[in-house]
Design a protein around this ligand. Structure first.
Ligand code: ATP
Length: 329
């Protein structure tokens, strides 16, 4: 007997990466249809649109939601799904400039491979982080480095891809400044001057493939990394240790695992969720265990090569609305 046809909603950002979606859409739709997924599309028109489109897709009863674009689009789609009681599984087409989360899940970087992962419908259930009323799946963080928050205009990103981040990030490197944090979990309470804090769900972030070596996407726990106040030389040392996964024993680093963490500060501290601006402290970060099904490559074969590392890309990426102003200057 024929399998019932499933309906998928493909939410894509036409400006992601090198605008690959614009070129590939007919082929992607054809491959999905041939593979048995009757697919309709929603092209996003700007910030926040993917969240609305994902929420609407759930309400309209789609069996599968597909997020096509970069980490920003994925973040927005997850924010549209996470609140809903009946969450359809999520497919990912990683066609953005950065695709940290797709890398953590070994989802192929090429569109054919990524479509095939969706067609095989092998889902993994993952934890989702909740912060106030927002959600993240990869990493949250904050710190004085938020001052380095920069916006790479999307046209520039399209033209030169990853290079745009380097140019924007490195020029701001010397402006590190510590912040005061109060941290509270069920296990510990602390008051520290810190450079940054990271609350991670996966072990691969921003090209740091061993940032939180013990992190599991579905263990119900966050891996928390807090970098104490340090000078630029120490900062660079910790980062280079982190590249090799040897940073956890560094005296400047505090590492813990927890289900829920409250972070407050007397300072003005922006919070970054999966590379996007996610409000300011104080925040309660709660792990929602096994909250979302995502299609993954069950063969576990990663087709990624590690991209070159941009220190400032982690995790301070975009501040919406700044690029126009910067361009005028
Ligand atoms: N039509 C559009 N025009 C401009 N920006 C858009 C449009 N649709 C969505 N966006 C915004 O673009 C942001 C970045 O997109 P996305 O993450 O998909 O790809 P990217 O630009 O390649 O970057 P990255 O993968 O590094 O996040 C999203 O957060 C979204 O708010």
């Amino acid at each position: 007997m024929a399998q019932p046809v499933k309906r998928a909603r493909l939410i894509y950002n036409p400006t992601s990466g090198r605008e690959e979606m614009k070129k590939r859409l007919p082929e992607i739709l054809q491959r999905l249809e041939r593979g048995g997924l009757e697919t309709s599309t929603h092209a996003t028109i700007g910030e926040g649109d993917a969240t609305l489109a994902a929420a609407e897709a759930v309400e309209r009863g789609f069996d599968i939601v597909i997020a096509a674009g970069g980490d920003g689009t994925l973040y927005e789609v997850i924010n549209g799904l996470a609140e809903k009681p009946n969450r359809p599984p999520l497919g990912i087409l990683p066609l953005g400039t950065t695709n940290d989360f797709a890398r953590a899940l070994n989802i192929p970087r090429n569109w054919e491979g990524a479509v095939d992962v969706i067609l095989r419908q092998h889902a993994r259930v993952i934890d989702v982080g909740k912060v106030n009323q927002r959600y993240f799946i990869n990493i949250a963080g904050g710190g004085s480095l938020t001052e380095l928050t920069y916006e790479v205009p999307s046209k520039l990103k399209t033209m030169i891809g990853q290079m745009a981040y380097y140019m924007k990030g490195l020029e701001k490197l010397p402006r590190l400044r510590p912040i005061e944090l109060y941290i509270k979990t069920a296990e510990v309470e602390m008051h520290e001057e810190v450079m940054l804090f990271l609350i991670s769900n996966s072990n691969s972030v921003g090209g740091f493939e061993r940032l939180a070596p013990d992190a599991s996407l579905s263990d119900g726990l966050f891996d928390v990394l807090i970098l104490r106040k340090c000078n630029l030389a120490e900062f660079i040392r910790v980062v280079s240790l982190a590249l090799r996964g040897e940073h956890l024993s560094d005296p400047n680093l505090i590492y813990l695992q927890t289900k829920q963490i409250q972070v407050t500060s007397p300072d003005y501290v922006q919070v970054n969720l999966d590379g996007e601006l996610g409000g300011t402290l104080p925040c309660m970060f709660t792990n929602l265990p096994q909250h979302l099904h995502i299609f993954i490559d069950e063969t576990g074969q990663s087709t990624y090569k590690s991209p070159p590392i941009n220190l400032m890309k982690l995790p301070w990426k975009t501040r919406p609305g700044v690029d126009e102003h910067e361009q005028e200057e």
